[in-house]
Structure formats: structure tokens, C-alpha cells
Ligand binder design. Structure first.
Ligand SMILES: Cc1cc2nc3c(=O)[nH]c(=O)nc-3n(C[C@H](O)[C@H](O)[C@H](O)COP(=O)(O)O)c2cc1C
Length: 206
């Protein structure tokens, strides 16, 4: 077997493009809506995102730098996660634009902000799934040497869930029918998934 390409991130990767994002991918997208203390809306995607607990459900994402989403969550303790789907891909991308805090990315991306039921942050009406979340932990990340980084991990408990009815079939949520999009590596790679990518495997002993 040929030797594996080896690098130590602290000393550079030596390739044309950093492979890290392309290796840890494709990643689900945390499309996060918030409102500030004055009730102004904000929406932005975060692909350093995942689920971390089942009961209660907890999701989290990383803000690399102090961004509006982080500031709003610090101020209000609330946010909403919206499922980014293939029909909403361009709108999701538009909502990532670096715009001043007083610009509403819902308007920018042609999306509709609708009220949530348990939090004040708005939901994206066009997205077929929304999680209303309350901040549970906010962690400033640090390197292995203990030095603080300019990155914050925002963890929130999902306190309310909205699912478009066509995605629930015989009591099961149909992941592929929602056409979720996932972030790959490089400046522009995304993946979508459909039923063809599904395979089934039961855990040992079940
Ligand atoms: C698909 C996608 C994924 C992104 N993932 C992240 C991420 O994980 N962390 C981050 O800090 N920024 C990420 N960004 C960039 C933010 O969306 C961007 O900085 C945005 O302007 C932040 O908005 P805000 O200041 O309103 O929170 C991502 C952008 C895109 C398009």
C-alpha cells in the first residue's frame, strides 16, 4: 500500500486546498435564524453544525469569529434551526452574505419570517422543518495548548419542532423526501441526497 499523504495542520497542509472541510463532509447545515433584543431578524448558515444529544435533543454549531448570530443568541438565549433544502439552496447561500447587522437576511433572500411558538426568534416559513431552540451552553473553544480561539460553540436544546406533513409517511420522517443539502469542501461544493444514497444496516445484536 503506498504511503499515506501526511501533514501536521500546525505546519500547513502543503496542498492547493485545505482538505479538512472536504474530508469532514458533506456536513448538514445549521441554517440559524435569530432576532436581536429589539426584535430585528437575522438568518445565516453554519456548516460546522450537528446534533449532539437525543433526550433532550441538543444541536450545536460553531461561530468562527463573533458574528451577528452569536451576538443575538448571547442577548436573547434563543435561536431557530431551519432545514436547508435543494429548492432553498440559493436563498440559503444569499443569507450568508456579510451584511450590516441591521440588514434582514430574510428580505435579502426573499424568504418569509414567521413567528415561532416557544421562542421569539423567527422561523423560515419556506423551510419544511424548523427546530425552536433555547441556548443550553456557550463554549469558547481552545487549542490543545489551552490558548483560547476566536471560535464559539453554541449548543441549544430543541424545545419545539415543526415538520411539513408531506415528510411524515406512516409515522416515519422521510429524510430524502425533504431534499436536504449538505456542504462539501472547497469554496462551492454542496451535495444533495435522495433515496438512491440510502442503505440499511442494523446494529450488531438487533
Ligand atoms: C454553507 C455555509 C456554511 C457556513 N458555515 C459557517 C460556520 O460553520 N461557521 C461560521 O462562522 N461561518 C460559516 N459560514 C459563514 C457565515 O454564514 C457568514 O459569515 C454569515 O455572514 C454570518 O452571518 P451573521 O453575522 O448574520 O451570523 C458559512 C457560510 C455558508 C454559505
Amino acid at each position: 500500500m503506498p504511503a499515506k499523504y501526511f501533514y501536521q495542520p500546525g505546519q500547513g497542509h502543503g496542498l492547493a486546498h485545505d482538505p479538512f472541510n472536504a474530508i469532514v463532509g458533506p456536513r448538514p447545515i445549521g441554517w440559524i435564524s435569530t432576532s436581536d433584543a429589539a426584535g430585528r431578524h437575522n438568518l445565516a448558515p453554519y456548516s460546522f453544525f450537528n446534533a449532539f444529544n437525543y433526550t433532550p435533543p441538543i444541536i450545536g454549531f460553531a461561530s468562527i469569529g463573533r458574528k451577528d448570530t452569536l451576538r443575538h443568541i448571547e442577548a436573547t438565549g434563543e435561536f431557530v434551526w431551519n432545514l436547508a433544502t435543494r429548492p432553498l439552496a440559493e436563498a440559503m447561500n444569499t443569507s450568508s452574505a456579510a451584511v450590516p447587522a441591521d440588514i434582514d437576511e430574510f428580505t435579502l433572500a426573499g424568504l418569509t419570517a414567521v413567528p415561532s411558538r416557544r421562542v421569539r426568534a423567527p422561523r423560515v416559513e419556506e423551510s419544511p422543518v424548523n427546530f425552536e431552540c433555547r441556548l443550553s451552553q456557550l463554549l469558547r473553544l481552545q487549542g490543545a495548548n489551552g490558548d483560547p480561539l476566536e471560535t464559539w460553540l453554541i449548543l441549544g436544546e430543541v424545545v419545539a419542532v415543526h415538520i411539513a406533513p408531506h415528510l411524515i409517511i406512516d409515522g416515519s420522517y422521510d429524510t430524502a423526501a425533504a431534499e436536504p443539502i449538505l456542504r462539501g469542501g472547497g469554496p462551492a461544493d454542496y451535495f444533495d441526497i435522495g433515496p438512491a444514497q440510502r442503505f440499511r444496516m442494523s446494529r450488531p445484536g438487533t
